[in-house]
Design a protein around this ligand. Structure first.
Ligand SMILES: [Zn+2]
Ligand SMILES: [Zn+2]
Length: 115
């Protein structure tokens, strides 16, 4: 079954390509734009971090921001964002529990004063 193995390999390559070129502007940029911005063919942006050729795409996270990153920096940016959102979430939960704790404390005080 060499054919199915070949097909599997093909679909994996397709998937990898789809991952690297997720929602980027490669298909919509013309050669003149690439030349003016000194972007090599096959790329659609210059990485904001390391200035290597990369792809202009949406931020890899829940932020409405579009920028250009190379594939390496994209992964770093995505990872940092994940860590940051975990810290943000922890702070958020802390604040929520403080508010809830305060409300409970207030209720207890009111009950104490009533009786
Ligand atoms: Zn691109
Ligand atoms: Zn980069």
């Amino acid at each position: 079954m060499s054919l199915s193995r070949y097909e599997k390999c093909e679909s994996k390559i397709m998937k990898d390509k789809a991952y690297i070129k997720q929602d980027c502007y490669c298909d919509s940029l013309n050669d003149q734009y690439l030349k003016e911005n000194s972007i090599p063919k096959g790329f659609c942006g210059i990485c904001e971090i390391c200035k290597k050729p990369g792809h202009t795409q949406h931020f890899p996270g829940a932020v409405p921001y579009t920028g250009a990153w190379c594939n390496e920096c994209l992964q770093i940016v995505a990872k940092n964002h994940k860590i940051r959102s975990v810290i943000f979430m922890a702070l958020f939960l802390l604040v929520i529990s403080l508010i809830i704790g305060g409300v409970i404390w207030g209720v207890i005080e009111v009950i104490k004063n009533t009786f």
